[in-house]
Ligand binder design. Sequence first.
Ligand SMILES: O=C(O)[C@H](O)COP(=O)(O)O
Length: 343
Amino acid sequence: MANAMLQQTVGGTLQLLSNSGTHCNVGNRSVRLLPKGFKLEVEFSKRGIYSSGKRKFNVIQASTSQTSVVGPLLAPSSSDTVDSHMKSNEVALILIRHGESLWNEKNLFTGCVDVPLTNKGVEEAIEGGHRISNIPVDMIYTSSLIRAQMTAMLAMTQHRRKKVPIILHNEDERARAWSKIYSEDTIEQSIPVITSWKLNERMYGELQGLNKQETADKFGHEKVHEWRRSYDIPPPNGESLEMCAQRAVAYFRDNIEPQLLSGKNILISAHGNSLRSIIMYLDKLTSQEVITLELSTGIPMLYIFKEGKFIRRGSPVAPTEAGVYAYTRRLAQYRQKLDDMLT
Ligand SMILES: O=C(O)[C@H](O)COP(=O)(O)O
């Protein structure tokens, strides 16, 4: 039976769309789950892991304005043997900057303008996927921009586990109801893709759409470099990296880190600056150190999250027939299980 996954407003109410009539302990309350398709609102005061018998409900960070159920897709069944051994205190976190976009190709400031990938960007996403094809992925987070979503979906075409990434639609009740999946087996063979504007590229304000070289010619190379690579100086009516970090890192800590702690292996497909701000948090970089951090398009970066610590392991290389190198013993075991499953 699929567990329901919940979003909740800390100190507020929890809405639970349940598919069974069992009880669920939420905080210090034991509440009865309503039959399928009903909503249940309960009060509780903190987030955490709540269990109803053997079923666990990961209560994840709230959306402040609305609560919604992200659906059973987020709770792969423990019967999934290939992945279940990874549910331990060690999980993989993969970050990937989107492949080259049409405005990267034209050297235009892009920011939050929603442009697609170039052919080269598509190829980069596929190659990036080849490099992570043996690393477990239980959940995918992307920005709300198509270039990051295309990169994630194209990369996952290369994954050897062949689970299907499915973008969750929680915009409203109809979106949730109309995108519901009615097969447990199909759910187990799916990977939830959660999109959020908080992972978007920094908003480049009045530079969006301008050519970077022409802008440097107009305002001076120093000024443009300051807009592009300082930590706390925003472009005209845009976001500084610090402002971008305030939303991107907060989203990571409130929504993604709890999933890592619950044993989920996660892929984040986002942007140069939103990822620079997250890496600044993961690697504990100073505002001076992050200035020199650059991310190439379509190149995945692997972290191992273990005992609450992020260990950067670099960019995975594509698996070769000869090379059986894995970054940790558990990743080697996962790869072996894939080999066994696919032979
Ligand atoms: O938004 C853009 O223009 C690029 O994705 C990132 O630009 P930058 O490398 O100049 O910050």
